[in-house]
Design a binder for this molecule. Structure first.
Ligand SMILES: Cc1cc2nc3c(=O)[nH]c(=O)nc-3n(C[C@H](O)[C@H](O)[C@H](O)COP(=O)(O)OP(=O)(O)OC[C@H]3O[C@@H](n4cnc5c(N)ncnc54)[C@H](O)[C@@H]3O)c2cc1C
Length: 373
Protein backbone atom coordinates (compact mmCIF):
# COMPACT_ATOMS: atom_id res chain seq x y z
CA UNK A 1 0.00 0.00 0.00
CA UNK A 2 1.28 3.47 -0.84
CA UNK A 3 0.82 6.06 1.85
CA UNK A 4 -0.30 9.61 1.22
CA UNK A 5 2.25 11.77 -0.62
CA UNK A 6 4.99 12.94 1.69
CA UNK A 7 5.08 16.73 1.67
CA UNK A 8 8.73 16.82 2.75
CA UNK A 9 11.79 15.93 0.69
CA UNK A 10 10.05 16.91 -2.52
CA UNK A 11 13.42 17.33 -4.19
CA UNK A 12 15.11 14.10 -3.11
CA UNK A 13 18.02 13.12 -5.31
CA UNK A 14 19.46 9.60 -5.50
CA UNK A 15 22.95 9.30 -6.94
CA UNK A 16 23.64 5.80 -8.25
CA UNK A 17 21.15 3.22 -9.54
CA UNK A 18 22.82 0.02 -8.33
CA UNK A 19 21.18 -2.17 -5.69
CA UNK A 20 21.04 0.53 -2.99
CA UNK A 21 19.87 3.29 -5.33
CA UNK A 22 17.00 1.37 -6.94
CA UNK A 23 15.89 -0.14 -3.63
CA UNK A 24 15.98 3.29 -1.99
CA UNK A 25 13.91 4.74 -4.84
CA UNK A 26 11.25 2.07 -4.28
CA UNK A 27 11.34 2.69 -0.52
CA UNK A 28 10.88 6.44 -1.01
CA UNK A 29 8.06 5.97 -3.50
CA UNK A 30 6.26 3.78 -1.01
CA UNK A 31 6.21 6.64 1.51
CA UNK A 32 5.07 9.12 -1.12
CA UNK A 33 8.39 10.72 -2.11
CA UNK A 34 9.27 10.75 -5.80
CA UNK A 35 13.05 11.10 -6.10
CA UNK A 36 15.20 11.88 -9.11
CA UNK A 37 17.69 9.06 -9.77
CA UNK A 38 20.92 9.65 -11.69
CA UNK A 39 23.24 6.82 -12.71
CA UNK A 40 26.70 7.20 -14.22
CA UNK A 41 26.56 4.03 -16.34
CA UNK A 42 24.07 2.78 -18.93
CA UNK A 43 21.00 0.70 -18.13
CA UNK A 44 22.66 -2.58 -19.09
CA UNK A 45 23.75 -4.00 -15.73
CA UNK A 46 27.34 -5.09 -15.35
CA UNK A 47 28.48 -7.64 -12.80
CA UNK A 48 27.84 -11.23 -12.03
CA UNK A 49 25.86 -12.76 -9.20
CA UNK A 50 24.90 -12.34 -5.57
CA UNK A 51 24.00 -14.62 -2.73
CA UNK A 52 20.88 -13.13 -1.20
CA UNK A 53 20.58 -14.07 2.45
CA UNK A 54 17.90 -13.81 5.11
CA UNK A 55 18.32 -10.11 5.83
CA UNK A 56 18.36 -9.11 2.15
CA UNK A 57 15.36 -11.30 1.37
CA UNK A 58 13.36 -9.79 4.22
CA UNK A 59 14.22 -6.32 2.94
CA UNK A 60 12.96 -7.33 -0.52
CA UNK A 61 9.74 -8.57 1.10
CA UNK A 62 9.34 -5.17 2.74
CA UNK A 63 9.79 -3.52 -0.66
CA UNK A 64 7.10 -5.77 -2.14
CA UNK A 65 9.55 -7.64 -4.37
CA UNK A 66 10.24 -10.82 -2.43
CA UNK A 67 8.12 -13.06 -4.65
CA UNK A 68 9.47 -11.79 -7.98
CA UNK A 69 13.07 -12.03 -6.83
CA UNK A 70 12.57 -15.54 -5.44
CA UNK A 71 11.06 -16.56 -8.77
CA UNK A 72 14.15 -15.37 -10.65
CA UNK A 73 16.81 -16.91 -8.43
CA UNK A 74 18.02 -20.41 -7.55
CA UNK A 75 17.68 -21.65 -3.97
CA UNK A 76 20.70 -23.32 -2.47
CA UNK A 77 20.35 -25.67 0.47
CA UNK A 78 23.80 -27.20 0.90
CA UNK A 79 27.47 -26.71 0.20
CA UNK A 80 30.02 -29.33 -0.69
CA UNK A 81 33.45 -28.40 0.63
CA UNK A 82 36.65 -29.81 -0.87
CA UNK A 83 40.27 -29.51 0.17
CA UNK A 84 43.06 -28.18 -2.04
CA UNK A 85 43.57 -31.61 -3.63
CA UNK A 86 39.93 -31.65 -4.77
CA UNK A 87 38.89 -34.25 -2.14
CA UNK A 88 35.49 -33.97 -0.48
CA UNK A 89 36.07 -32.64 3.02
CA UNK A 90 32.49 -32.24 4.27
CA UNK A 91 28.99 -31.04 3.45
CA UNK A 92 27.20 -28.15 5.13
CA UNK A 93 23.58 -27.16 5.28
CA UNK A 94 23.15 -23.58 4.08
CA UNK A 95 20.82 -21.02 5.63
CA UNK A 96 18.25 -19.24 3.41
CA UNK A 97 20.35 -18.50 0.39
CA UNK A 98 19.21 -17.45 -3.10
CA UNK A 99 21.64 -17.04 -5.99
CA UNK A 100 20.70 -14.35 -8.46
CA UNK A 101 22.54 -12.53 -11.22
CA UNK A 102 23.16 -8.86 -10.66
CA UNK A 103 21.32 -8.13 -13.90
CA UNK A 104 18.23 -10.03 -12.69
CA UNK A 105 18.24 -8.34 -9.29
CA UNK A 106 18.54 -4.88 -10.87
CA UNK A 107 15.76 -5.75 -13.35
CA UNK A 108 13.48 -6.84 -10.49
CA UNK A 109 14.22 -3.67 -8.55
CA UNK A 110 13.59 -1.58 -11.65
CA UNK A 111 10.21 -3.24 -12.12
CA UNK A 112 9.30 -2.12 -8.60
CA UNK A 113 9.48 1.56 -9.56
CA UNK A 114 6.13 3.13 -10.34
CA UNK A 115 6.63 6.67 -11.54
CA UNK A 116 10.27 7.26 -10.74
CA UNK A 117 12.50 7.58 -13.80
CA UNK A 118 16.20 6.76 -13.76
CA UNK A 119 18.46 9.02 -15.82
CA UNK A 120 21.34 6.90 -17.10
CA UNK A 121 24.72 8.16 -18.33
CA UNK A 122 24.43 10.95 -15.82
CA UNK A 123 27.37 11.20 -13.45
CA UNK A 124 27.28 13.28 -10.29
CA UNK A 125 30.41 15.40 -10.57
CA UNK A 126 30.03 17.94 -7.76
CA UNK A 127 27.92 18.68 -4.71
CA UNK A 128 27.30 22.38 -4.13
CA UNK A 129 26.89 23.50 -0.51
CA UNK A 130 25.33 26.66 0.85
CA UNK A 131 26.52 28.79 3.77
CA UNK A 132 24.32 26.63 6.03
CA UNK A 133 26.53 23.60 5.32
CA UNK A 134 23.77 21.78 3.48
CA UNK A 135 23.89 20.54 -0.10
CA UNK A 136 21.76 22.84 -2.23
CA UNK A 137 22.42 21.26 -5.60
CA UNK A 138 24.35 18.58 -7.43
CA UNK A 139 26.08 19.01 -10.77
CA UNK A 140 25.53 16.04 -13.09
CA UNK A 141 27.39 15.45 -16.33
CA UNK A 142 25.70 13.73 -19.25
CA UNK A 143 26.83 13.16 -22.84
CA UNK A 144 24.80 16.29 -23.71
CA UNK A 145 26.37 18.62 -21.17
CA UNK A 146 26.06 19.33 -17.49
CA UNK A 147 23.10 20.32 -15.35
CA UNK A 148 22.64 21.63 -11.83
CA UNK A 149 19.89 19.88 -9.87
CA UNK A 150 18.45 21.67 -6.84
CA UNK A 151 17.87 19.33 -3.91
CA UNK A 152 16.90 19.20 -0.26
CA UNK A 153 17.86 15.55 0.35
CA UNK A 154 20.78 13.66 -1.24
CA UNK A 155 21.01 9.87 -1.06
CA UNK A 156 24.53 8.69 -1.84
CA UNK A 157 24.06 5.26 -3.40
CA UNK A 158 27.14 5.74 -5.54
CA UNK A 159 29.19 2.71 -4.54
CA UNK A 160 32.56 2.15 -2.93
CA UNK A 161 34.19 5.32 -4.28
CA UNK A 162 31.25 7.51 -3.37
CA UNK A 163 31.26 11.24 -3.95
CA UNK A 164 28.59 11.70 -1.27
CA UNK A 165 30.65 9.76 1.28
CA UNK A 166 33.43 12.34 0.78
CA UNK A 167 30.95 14.99 1.89
CA UNK A 168 29.54 12.92 4.77
CA UNK A 169 32.92 11.75 6.08
CA UNK A 170 35.80 13.59 4.37
CA UNK A 171 38.49 11.88 6.49
CA UNK A 172 37.30 8.34 5.80
CA UNK A 173 39.81 6.24 3.87
CA UNK A 174 39.14 3.13 1.79
CA UNK A 175 41.49 0.27 2.67
CA UNK A 176 42.60 -2.08 -0.10
CA UNK A 177 41.78 -5.72 0.67
CA UNK A 178 44.48 -8.40 0.55
CA UNK A 179 42.25 -11.09 -0.98
CA UNK A 180 40.82 -10.32 -4.41
CA UNK A 181 38.16 -12.21 -6.31
CA UNK A 182 37.82 -13.20 -9.95
CA UNK A 183 34.18 -13.78 -10.96
CA UNK A 184 32.65 -15.16 -14.14
CA UNK A 185 29.23 -16.29 -15.36
CA UNK A 186 29.47 -19.45 -17.45
CA UNK A 187 26.94 -21.00 -19.84
CA UNK A 188 27.17 -24.55 -18.50
CA UNK A 189 23.74 -26.18 -18.40
CA UNK A 190 25.05 -29.65 -17.47
CA UNK A 191 27.24 -28.27 -14.68
CA UNK A 192 24.25 -26.31 -13.36
CA UNK A 193 22.12 -29.48 -13.38
CA UNK A 194 24.87 -31.45 -11.61
CA UNK A 195 25.13 -28.80 -8.89
CA UNK A 196 21.36 -28.92 -8.34
CA UNK A 197 20.72 -26.91 -5.18
CA UNK A 198 24.31 -27.16 -4.04
CA UNK A 199 27.25 -24.81 -3.94
CA UNK A 200 30.71 -26.26 -4.51
CA UNK A 201 33.57 -24.67 -2.61
CA UNK A 202 37.25 -25.61 -2.62
CA UNK A 203 39.47 -24.34 0.21
CA UNK A 204 43.18 -24.54 -0.49
CA UNK A 205 44.15 -23.30 2.94
CA UNK A 206 47.90 -23.65 2.58
CA UNK A 207 48.11 -21.72 -0.68
CA UNK A 208 45.73 -18.84 0.05
CA UNK A 209 43.23 -19.87 -2.64
CA UNK A 210 39.54 -20.75 -2.67
CA UNK A 211 37.23 -21.39 -5.59
CA UNK A 212 33.52 -21.93 -5.91
CA UNK A 213 30.72 -22.77 -8.31
CA UNK A 214 27.01 -22.16 -7.86
CA UNK A 215 24.08 -22.57 -10.25
CA UNK A 216 22.16 -19.53 -11.49
CA UNK A 217 19.18 -19.45 -13.86
CA UNK A 218 19.08 -20.22 -17.60
CA UNK A 219 21.66 -22.99 -17.55
CA UNK A 220 24.41 -20.82 -16.18
CA UNK A 221 26.75 -21.10 -13.23
CA UNK A 222 28.71 -18.46 -11.39
CA UNK A 223 32.36 -19.33 -10.80
CA UNK A 224 34.65 -17.43 -8.48
CA UNK A 225 38.21 -17.59 -7.29
CA UNK A 226 39.49 -15.86 -4.15
CA UNK A 227 43.24 -15.32 -4.03
CA UNK A 228 45.69 -13.87 -1.54
CA UNK A 229 47.28 -11.12 -3.64
CA UNK A 230 50.48 -11.30 -1.58
CA UNK A 231 51.05 -14.77 -3.08
CA UNK A 232 49.06 -14.86 -6.32
CA UNK A 233 48.11 -12.25 -8.88
CA UNK A 234 47.31 -12.23 -12.58
CA UNK A 235 49.99 -10.34 -14.57
CA UNK A 236 47.33 -8.22 -16.24
CA UNK A 237 43.66 -7.79 -17.04
CA UNK A 238 43.57 -9.36 -20.50
CA UNK A 239 41.37 -12.39 -21.07
CA UNK A 240 44.13 -14.88 -21.88
CA UNK A 241 46.11 -13.95 -18.76
CA UNK A 242 43.02 -14.20 -16.52
CA UNK A 243 42.24 -17.62 -17.99
CA UNK A 244 45.82 -18.81 -17.52
CA UNK A 245 45.75 -17.59 -13.92
CA UNK A 246 42.39 -19.26 -13.23
CA UNK A 247 43.46 -22.61 -14.69
CA UNK A 248 46.79 -22.60 -12.89
CA UNK A 249 45.15 -21.70 -9.57
CA UNK A 250 42.43 -24.36 -9.89
CA UNK A 251 44.62 -27.09 -11.44
CA UNK A 252 44.23 -29.47 -8.47
CA UNK A 253 40.64 -28.62 -7.56
CA UNK A 254 38.95 -31.28 -9.71
CA UNK A 255 38.18 -31.67 -13.39
CA UNK A 256 34.54 -30.66 -12.91
CA UNK A 257 35.72 -27.26 -11.74
CA UNK A 258 38.50 -26.84 -14.30
CA UNK A 259 36.80 -28.06 -17.49
CA UNK A 260 34.32 -25.13 -17.69
CA UNK A 261 37.22 -22.70 -17.32
CA UNK A 262 38.84 -24.01 -20.49
CA UNK A 263 35.62 -23.27 -22.42
CA UNK A 264 34.96 -19.91 -20.80
CA UNK A 265 35.15 -16.43 -22.32
CA UNK A 266 37.41 -14.62 -19.90
CA UNK A 267 36.87 -11.25 -21.54
CA UNK A 268 33.70 -11.16 -19.42
CA UNK A 269 35.54 -11.99 -16.19
CA UNK A 270 35.44 -9.38 -13.42
CA UNK A 271 38.58 -8.91 -11.31
CA UNK A 272 37.14 -7.54 -8.11
CA UNK A 273 39.76 -5.40 -6.38
CA UNK A 274 38.32 -5.69 -2.89
CA UNK A 275 38.41 -3.11 -0.15
CA UNK A 276 36.67 -1.86 2.94
CA UNK A 277 36.69 1.11 5.29
CA UNK A 278 36.38 1.53 9.02
CA UNK A 279 32.68 1.94 9.89
CA UNK A 280 31.60 5.57 10.09
CA UNK A 281 30.21 6.98 13.32
CA UNK A 282 27.36 8.50 11.34
CA UNK A 283 26.10 7.74 7.85
CA UNK A 284 24.62 11.19 7.40
CA UNK A 285 25.69 14.82 7.48
CA UNK A 286 23.32 17.75 7.09
CA UNK A 287 20.88 16.74 4.30
CA UNK A 288 23.04 13.94 2.83
CA UNK A 289 22.99 10.25 3.68
CA UNK A 290 24.92 7.26 2.35
CA UNK A 291 23.62 3.73 1.69
CA UNK A 292 25.11 0.43 0.53
CA UNK A 293 28.78 0.36 -0.46
CA UNK A 294 28.89 4.16 -0.24
CA UNK A 295 28.09 3.83 3.46
CA UNK A 296 30.03 0.68 4.36
CA UNK A 297 32.21 -1.03 1.78
CA UNK A 298 32.72 -4.62 3.00
CA UNK A 299 35.17 -7.34 2.04
CA UNK A 300 33.43 -10.01 -0.05
CA UNK A 301 33.66 -12.88 2.48
CA UNK A 302 30.41 -12.14 4.27
CA UNK A 303 28.34 -11.80 1.05
CA UNK A 304 26.72 -8.76 2.64
CA UNK A 305 27.28 -5.98 0.05
CA UNK A 306 24.00 -6.39 -1.80
CA UNK A 307 22.09 -7.66 1.25
CA UNK A 308 22.96 -4.66 3.39
CA UNK A 309 22.27 -2.28 0.49
CA UNK A 310 18.71 -3.62 0.49
CA UNK A 311 18.41 -3.40 4.28
CA UNK A 312 19.69 0.20 4.24
CA UNK A 313 17.02 1.18 1.74
CA UNK A 314 14.20 -0.16 3.90
CA UNK A 315 15.66 1.37 7.06
CA UNK A 316 15.95 4.79 5.47
CA UNK A 317 12.38 4.72 4.20
CA UNK A 318 11.15 3.65 7.64
CA UNK A 319 13.11 6.44 9.34
CA UNK A 320 11.82 9.08 6.91
CA UNK A 321 8.29 7.86 7.43
CA UNK A 322 8.61 7.88 11.22
CA UNK A 323 10.15 11.36 11.58
CA UNK A 324 8.83 14.58 10.10
CA UNK A 325 12.14 16.27 10.92
CA UNK A 326 14.72 15.33 8.26
CA UNK A 327 17.76 15.55 10.54
CA UNK A 328 16.09 13.33 13.14
CA UNK A 329 15.18 10.81 10.44
CA UNK A 330 18.72 10.62 9.10
CA UNK A 331 20.16 10.23 12.60
CA UNK A 332 17.66 7.43 13.28
CA UNK A 333 18.76 5.70 10.06
CA UNK A 334 22.42 6.02 11.09
CA UNK A 335 21.77 4.55 14.51
CA UNK A 336 19.82 1.64 13.06
CA UNK A 337 22.50 0.87 10.48
CA UNK A 338 25.69 1.15 12.49
CA UNK A 339 25.55 -2.08 14.55
CA UNK A 340 25.19 -4.21 11.41
CA UNK A 341 27.87 -2.23 9.58
CA UNK A 342 30.30 -2.71 12.48
CA UNK A 343 29.52 -6.44 12.78
CA UNK A 344 29.79 -7.22 9.05
CA UNK A 345 32.96 -5.17 8.71
CA UNK A 346 34.56 -6.99 11.65
CA UNK A 347 33.45 -10.38 10.30
CA UNK A 348 34.96 -9.57 6.90
CA UNK A 349 38.29 -8.53 8.43
CA UNK A 350 38.42 -11.69 10.60
CA UNK A 351 37.60 -13.93 7.64
CA UNK A 352 40.24 -12.24 5.50
CA UNK A 353 42.83 -12.81 8.26
CA UNK A 354 41.83 -16.47 8.54
CA UNK A 355 42.02 -16.84 4.79
CA UNK A 356 45.51 -15.34 4.57
CA UNK A 357 46.74 -17.37 7.53
CA UNK A 358 45.11 -20.57 6.26
CA UNK A 359 43.25 -21.07 9.54
CA UNK A 360 41.47 -24.45 9.53
CA UNK A 361 38.40 -22.80 11.07
CA UNK A 362 38.04 -20.59 8.00
CA UNK A 363 34.32 -20.19 7.46
CA UNK A 364 33.76 -18.38 4.20
CA UNK A 365 30.23 -19.56 3.60
CA UNK A 366 27.44 -17.04 4.02
CA UNK A 367 26.34 -16.56 7.61
CA UNK A 368 24.01 -13.62 7.40
CA UNK A 369 22.51 -13.78 10.85
CA UNK A 370 25.53 -15.08 12.72
CA UNK A 371 27.58 -12.06 11.65
CA UNK A 372 25.24 -9.68 13.38
CA UNK A 373 25.92 -9.15 17.03
C1 LIG B 1 30.10 -3.60 -11.96
C2 LIG B 1 29.93 -4.24 -10.61
C3 LIG B 1 29.95 -5.63 -10.51
C4 LIG B 1 29.76 -6.26 -9.27
N1 LIG B 1 29.74 -7.62 -9.24
C5 LIG B 1 29.50 -8.24 -8.06
C6 LIG B 1 29.38 -9.65 -7.99
O1 LIG B 1 29.49 -10.34 -9.01
N2 LIG B 1 29.12 -10.23 -6.79
C7 LIG B 1 28.97 -9.47 -5.64
O2 LIG B 1 28.71 -10.03 -4.56
N3 LIG B 1 29.07 -8.13 -5.67
C8 LIG B 1 29.34 -7.50 -6.84
N4 LIG B 1 29.44 -6.16 -6.88
C9 LIG B 1 29.32 -5.42 -5.63
C10 LIG B 1 27.89 -5.29 -5.26
O3 LIG B 1 27.15 -4.94 -6.40
C11 LIG B 1 27.73 -4.24 -4.16
O4 LIG B 1 28.46 -4.61 -3.02
C12 LIG B 1 26.33 -4.16 -3.68
O5 LIG B 1 25.44 -4.41 -4.67
C13 LIG B 1 26.08 -2.82 -3.02
O6 LIG B 1 25.25 -2.07 -3.86
P1 LIG B 1 25.43 -0.53 -4.04
O7 LIG B 1 24.24 -0.09 -4.77
O8 LIG B 1 25.79 0.12 -2.77
O9 LIG B 1 26.72 -0.35 -4.94
P2 LIG B 1 26.89 -0.65 -6.52
O10 LIG B 1 26.14 -1.88 -6.87
O11 LIG B 1 28.34 -0.58 -6.74
O12 LIG B 1 26.14 0.57 -7.21
C14 LIG B 1 26.64 1.88 -7.20
C15 LIG B 1 26.15 2.55 -8.45
O13 LIG B 1 26.49 3.93 -8.40
C16 LIG B 1 26.93 4.33 -9.67
N5 LIG B 1 27.77 5.52 -9.48
C17 LIG B 1 29.01 5.58 -8.94
N6 LIG B 1 29.46 6.85 -8.91
C18 LIG B 1 28.47 7.60 -9.44
C19 LIG B 1 28.33 9.00 -9.69
N7 LIG B 1 29.32 9.87 -9.37
N8 LIG B 1 27.18 9.46 -10.25
C20 LIG B 1 26.17 8.58 -10.57
N9 LIG B 1 26.26 7.24 -10.37
C21 LIG B 1 27.38 6.76 -9.80
C22 LIG B 1 27.67 3.12 -10.20
O14 LIG B 1 27.79 3.15 -11.61
C23 LIG B 1 26.79 1.99 -9.71
O15 LIG B 1 25.79 1.63 -10.63
C24 LIG B 1 29.61 -5.49 -8.09
C25 LIG B 1 29.62 -4.08 -8.21
C26 LIG B 1 29.75 -3.46 -9.45
C27 LIG B 1 29.70 -1.95 -9.56
Amino acid sequence: MYSQPHSLHARALILGAGVAGLAAAIGLERIGVRPLVHEREGEHARGHAFLLLGNGLRALDALGLGASVRARGVWLDHAEIRDGAGRLSHREVLPDCLVLTRADLLACLHSGLRQVQVTYHSRAAELVCGADGRIHSAVVETPHGSARLATDLVLGCDGGRSLVRKFVAPASQRRRGQVDELVLLLDEAQVARDLGRGLLKVHDLGRGLAAGLAPVTDGRVVWWLQFDTARHKPHGDDASELQRFALESCAHFGEDLCAPLRRAEFDKAHWWRTGDALPLEYFQRANAVVLGDAAHPFLPFTSQGANMALVDATRLAAALEAHTDLDAALVAYSRATRPDAVAHHAAGVALERNFVQGAPSMATLPRSEACVS
